[in-house]
Ligand binder design. Structure first.
Ligand code: PHB
Length: 392
């Protein structure tokens, strides 16, 4: 068993863990980042792609980040319902935009930058438990060769996603949190085709929801609402295209070979605690949102800005006020994002068992948003991102 010491042990090399290691290094605080996955797995797992303007500004501070150069700026989205499209124009409403730049590209940039800066970053190293978070934390697991390790540290951070192994030590089991399950999921595809739209289309159709997103001139990302028990392999390509075409009435989608398909489950979750003693949670380890509001990675970045500053104050200035306020401050934004993600989800999906009242009420809600500048601005503010705590 190897026993090592560092100041901050970060479990998880996703956007949250990697950004935190960058912020800590800038403050002169040493850390070790461990992740159970291989570098290849992290860099190829397909995830969502919308970055808030504030997230892009944070990434601009990282050497070699391509979010602004390779990513595409989007100045609006379209809400489509009752056979008509309605554009929400972000710059005129809130003076901000979003960028379409997939999460695995963000991860390639962050991993390259952290390795170039000499970060201790360990892939294929699985943490099995976290001990003594109330005194001197210890992180134990097995490294990429299967050898046991122990990392002793001043602070441990769970940035290890929705199946976090750090969470039980901070918040107890999953049942302690606030949880909402939805009676639908998204069937997601990547296909080889030209774009069918310049901007994202969020469509509420009688058969159910569809989202038309993009990746490049030759690859597109699209989703349609399905039953959570759907087997992604059970549908033929023709059936998939039929489902997509029917759900964006008014647009003929350019079809092409589908080379990747997946079913995304919908959950809302906030852990029962975000900090205990010398341990804290960030990102999906702390909360899950359904993808309709495009908030997942952005919320993780906001947590990390807050926690990074709190840890700098704790470990460099011996000032505990930031870490003591971390959970309460982070939760304010987390619950706003929870509400926004739940709201977009409930407003846009066909709810199984909905009657005529439910259906007409939903269309009334959508009209209330698009026919009111205040309604559009509420959506645009949330989608492009509320102000972030200033970084350091
Ligand atoms: C995506 O492009 O994968 C995407 C975009 C917006 C969302 C969810 C997913 O709300």
């Amino acid at each position: 068993m190897t026993v090592e010491r560092t100041r901050v042990a970060i479990v998880g090399a996703g956007p949250a863990g990697l950004l935190l290691s960058h912020l800590l290094a800038a403050a002169g605080v040493e850390s070790i980042v461990v992740d159970a996955r291989s570098r290849q797995e992290i860099e190829t797992t397909i995830r969502a792609g919308i970055l808030e303007q504030g997230t892009v500004e944070v990434l601009d501070g990282i050497e070699g980040s391509r979010a602004r150069t390779v990513g595409h700026r989007h100045d609006g989205i379209e809400l489509r319902f009752a056979g008509e499209g309605h554009r929400i124009d972000f710059p005129s409403l809130v003076g901000r935009s979003v960028w379409l730049y997939p999460q695995h590209e963000v991860l390639k940039d962050l991993i390259a930058a952290r390795l170039a800066a000499g970060q201790d970053l360990r892939f294929s190293a699985s943490v099995t438990a976290v001990h003594d978070v109330d005194s001197e934390p210890r992180v134990v697991g097995t490294d990429s060769d299967g050898a046991p390790f122990e990392i002793r540290c001043d602070f441990v951070v769970g940035a290890d996603g929705s199946r976090s192994v750090v969470r039980p030590a901070v918040a107890g089991d999953r049942g302690n949190g606030a949880f909402r399950e939805y009676p639908f999921a998204w069937f997601g595809v990547l296909c080889e085709a030209a774009p069918s739209s310049d901007e994202l289309i969020y469509s509420n159709a009688p058969d159910g929801f569809a989202l038309i997103s993009q990746r490049s001139e030759t690859v597109q990302r699209m989703y349609f609402q399905c039953d959570p028990s759907t087997d992604p392999e059970a549908l033929s390509e023709a059936e998939i295209w039929d489902a997509l075409q029917r759900r964006v009435p008014g647009t003929h989608l350019t079809e092409g070979p589908i080379f990747q398909r997946d079913v995304l489950r919908f959950r809302s979750f906030v852990a029962g605690g975000l900090r205990r003693g010398r341990a804290a949670l960030v990102g999906d380890a702390a909360h899950t949102v359904p993808p309709t509001g495009a908030k997942g990675m952005n919320l993780a970045i906001a947590d990390v800005l807050l926690l990074g500053d709190a840890l700098r104050r704790l470990l460099v200035e011996h000032d505990e006020r930031g870490i003591d306020a971390y959970a309460e401050t982070a939760l304010r934004r987390i619950w706003k994002a929870q509400h926004f993600s739940w709201w977009m989800t409930s407003m846009l999906h066909a709810v199984p068992g909905a009657d005529a009242f439910d259906r007409q009420r939903q269309l009334g809600e959508l009209r209330g948003v698009i026919e009111s500048e205040a309604g559009q601005r509420f959506l645009a503010e949330a989608y492009t991102g509320w102000p972030l705590p200033s970084s350091f």
